[in-house]
Design a protein around this ligand. Structure first.
Ligand code: IDP
Ligand code: MG
Length: 155
């Protein structure tokens, strides 16, 4: 099963959306395998958003992402990276489809409530950036057989 990293951004925490977003992933059948609250520092943000470090809006991202603690989660499931990206919607929340997390819960490009890994490589790097082995859990959920078919569960 794939693992993917999610950050519930400062606007999600401030606006009381942690439960709603977490519930969406739980209801989808994904498994929470790591969860913490953290205050992100400048070095971590520069690593995490290295693909945007030279953009003019990078200082805005940095100050927004460090403006309050965030919730960091790892979700596990069959094709979880793509499933969660699809559930998030596109980056600009104003253009994000209704029914998606960004489309339903925000109206901003920058303050768009959630980060989610966008590829297998970034998921692997991002999970390692925020969690050590002891903080990542492997466990069975009794309901798993009802979340996936037998073939899917073997992935
Ligand atoms: P993603 O979060 O949908 O993967 P990225 O391109 O990786 O989008 O950008 C990371 C974050 O940087 C976005 O979620 C958004 O908060 C912010 N961001 C990206 N592009 C812009 C922009 O053009 N204006 C303002 N903020 C932006
Ligand atoms: Mg991204």
């Amino acid at each position: 099963m794939q693992k993917t990293l999610v950050i519930l951004k400062p606007d999600a925490l401030q606006r009381g959306l942690i439960g709603e977003i977490t519930t969406r992933f739980e209801k989808k059948g994904l498994k929470l395998v790591a969860n913490k609250m953290a205050q992100l520092d400048s070095k971590t943000l520069r690593d995490h958003y290295s693909h945007l470090a030279d953009k003019p809006f990078f200082p805005t991202i940095e100050s927004f992402m460090s403006s309050s603690p965030v919730i960091i989660q790892v979700w596990e499931g069959f094709e979880a990276i793509e499933v969660i990206r699809t559930m998030c919607g596109v980056t600009n929340s104003r253009a994000a489809a209704p029914g998606t997390i960004r489309g339903d819960l925000s109206s901003s490009y920058g303050s768009n409530v959630i980060h989610a890994s966008d590829s297998e490589q970034s998921a692997e790097e991002e999970v390692k950036r925020f969690f050590n082995d002891k903080e990542l859990f492997s466990y069975n959920k009794v309901i798993e057989q009802y979340s996936y078919s037998d073939e899917e569960r073997d992935n």
